[in-house]
Design a protein around this ligand. Structure first.
Ligand SMILES: [Zn+2]
Ligand SMILES: [Zn+2]
Ligand SMILES: [Zn+2]
Length: 139
């Protein structure tokens, strides 16, 4: 993704593209999988932690990223795949590898339909499977 594409993507989400925002978006794009705040901090050593956190909070608000709790109870951030407004059809299962401590989006595995009792309304759902990823299993 070029800087121009990143800039356009941020604008499509209603976010003003600043240097820090472009850096964080690029880091998530390059990782190509969900990252925790800690993992982003490790990757973006030149940026101070509160700036990273501020960018992520803004990204969440504008649905540039979505968050979910990984198997450790830590928030992970993943990019919303939609250009422009989020269409909210991203209910896929996440996988947390206990060996390499990475999170994965299992895009093709959908969260099962959950029947809620009368009167309950769901706004978000997260489904995390813990185990060992293919790469670690192959070692
Ligand atoms: Zn989305
Ligand atoms: Zn692994
Ligand atoms: Zn995901």
């Amino acid at each position: 993704m070029t800087s121009e594409e990143i800039t356009q993507h941020l604008i499509s989400k209603g976010v003003k593209p600043t240097a820090n925002r472009i850096i964080v978006l690029r880091a998530l794009r390059e990782a190509n999988r969900p990252m925790s705040l800690k993992a982003l901090e490790m990757k973006l050593l030149s940026m101070d932690k509160s700036s990273i956190f501020r960018v992520l909070s803004l990204f969440l608000e504008h649905e540039v990223v979505h968050s979910f709790e990984d198997g450790r109870g830590l928030l992970n951030y993943e990019l919303c795949e939609h250009h422009g407004p989020c269409k909210h059809d991203e209910n896929h299962v996440h996988f947390y590898c206990e060996s390499c401590q990475r999170s994965f989006c299992l895009e093709d595995v959908h969260v099962p339909d959950v029947q809620l009792p009368e009167g309950f309304e769901a706004h978000a759902m997260s489904f995390v499977v813990k185990g060992v990823c293919a790469e670690c299993k192959g070692k």
